[in-house]
Design a binder for this molecule. Structure first.
Ligand SMILES: [Zn+2]
Length: 236
């Protein structure tokens, strides 16, 4: 397959600006501990820039996932994330000046505008833009990975089809997420955005740990009985 610069440009711009949806099948348990199939667990993640902006302005500079409406009184809490967002804004502005475009309402919309303009440019120019979009995507990914480095819980994820031991809990924010299936849990569940109740997750963790502890106790008891039986035999 040949390298298609237009497709690459679209894909990179999509990753930066478009929300992505992750769909996972899931199940629950009824009172008799029978498996019950539940509707798919759908998680919608904002575009990369919106995710980084969420780190810079955690309480939501806006509710449409864009980076506008920046509060000027509060200093940004994460310098790396701030630098990435500011650099992207500067980069987008430079392209706007180069092509004589007027910036749009949101940074995402402005990037899509650059993408549209790039379609009528020569390959060298398209390549320049692609390199820049890729560097923004890479820097977003680095910041997101570092900022979300929460402690890991050794209990399997309750999401059907996942079950990986990759739950990460943010105790301060009372949130949790699974790095494998990208499920999220919070004190304020929002099923439409694919955010589940942290209370439900806490129950799952408690139940699992109690069962694991019960199984371990039982195994130890059997070993002890076995030893007693073995040691008693010679005396008998
Ligand atoms: Zn999971």
């Amino acid at each position: 397959m040949t390298f298609d610069i237009v497709t690459e440009l679209r894909d990179t711009a999509d990753a930066l600006t478009n929300p992505t949806q992750v769909r996972n099948p899931r199940h629950g348990w009824d009172a008799n501990r029978h498996k019950v199939v539940l509707p798919d667990h759908v998680v919608t993640l904002p575009g990369l820039i919106a995710q980084v902006a969420e780190i810079v302005w955690p309480n939501g500079a806006s509710n449409d996932g864009s980076a506008r409406g920046v509060p000027s009184t509060r200093p940004p809490g994460n310098p790396q994330a701030s630098a990435v967002v500011i650099d992207i804004h500067i980069g987008v502005t430079k392209w706007h000046m180069r092509w004589g475009l007027v910036a749009r309402d949101t940074i995402e919309s402005s990037i899509r505008q650059l993408l549209a303009k790039a379609m009528s440019q020569d390959t060298d120019t398209q390549w320049d833009l692609l390199c820049e979009l890729r560097s923004w995507r890479y820097r977003c990914e680095v910041v997101l990975k570092e900022a979300t480095n929460d402690p890991q819980v050794q209990v399997p994820c309750p999401v059907e089809g996942c079950g990986e031991r990759t739950l990460r809990v943010n105790i301060a924010k009372k949130t949790a997420r699974c790095t494998t299936c990208r499920a999220r849990w919070s004190e304020t569940p929002d099923p439409e955005r694919g955010i589940w109740s942290i209370v439900g997750l806490a129950d799952h963790i408690r139940t699992y740990e109690a069962e694991a502890r019960g199984a371990a106790d039982e195994a130890r008891r059997l070993v002890r009985e076995d030893k007693r039986r073995v040691y008693r035999q010679p005396a008998a």
